[in-house]
Design a binder for this molecule. Sequence first.
Ligand SMILES: [Fe+2]
Length: 242
Amino acid sequence: MIDIHSHILPGIDDGAKDLAESVALLKLAQSDGITHMVTTPHIHLRRFNNSAWQLHRDLAALKVHIKDTDIAIKLAVAAEVRLDIELMALVIANELPFIGSSNGAHYLLLELPHSHVPSGYDKFIKWLAKQNIKVIIPHPERNRDIQANPYYIERLKQLGCEFQLTASSIEGGWGDKAKVISENMLKADLVSYVATDAHSVKRRPPILSKAKQLVTHLVGEEKAQQLFITNPWRLTRSLFCD
Ligand SMILES: [Fe+2]
């Protein structure tokens, strides 16, 4: 399986605290059957001001650290970028790490605030589209405005967004509302990816297998293969080239 959303680089956001925790997360992911991980540290202006070069530097250091271990997971880096009007300057300067590219378009993992869908979100996503940037919304099922009003899913879909569910939401780990929305989105074929959003070994572990079983039961084996393997690989394969 291929995990396209995780926070396993040490000490640069609210994910792994140090190298020891990064290694523990990788071992756990490997034992769960994950073969490829895209680590997606937060770029959240004024909170986590990570830049593309810092992320690539830290991934290179992690790769060196695990070189002589039994960790065989292939690693790549992108970012989970918090929606903010000030991102426009970074887009124009070509300084945002994308999570994939296809047919000349770039894909951005664009996080909404957890509490709400901010006004102007549609204008910003349209502006990104004009820059040839397509949006993937991580964990829409955990957003409180979306939980209260599923209209937002329809609107985001109309704007050309794809959706990525959190594996633990499907298991019920983020409450009943997130679980029901996840199931409804899966049944309505509105989901393109399922990922761990792993932050820590105990509270938010890198586990996909349990969710894959549930998704298989809900929408069938073929769809589960698409959501956990085929679609993630099509999106991110260019990141794993080096
Ligand atoms: Fe995340």
